[in-house]
Design a protein. Sequence first.
Length: 112
Amino acid sequence: MSRPKNSAAYPPAMLAALDKVHAEGSIIIPTNNPMAMRLHFQGLRGALRNENKAEIIDTVIFKIQKDPSALLIVLRENEAFVQDIAAALGTNTQLSAIEDAEASLNRILGKL
């Protein structure tokens, strides 16, 4: 069975989870089978790439938590190694929520 090539074929809650990660920095989804859930998100990633909309999912990392069983979704920029690099460079990689929203709006409006 092949994966759907259209993101509309996936539950809207999956995109809502990604939105929440972008708003809060991470999310923990308790589940008995985090590997299977991660595979569903990988399928969504493929569908979003097919639609040229992969930015929302390419900026996150999926991690498996064993006890308690859960899937962790974390923004790449919040990863410890990224923070270590930023500290070494003397830069702050995290934008405030307002700056992030303004940057997104400018991209949408073509004001790069």
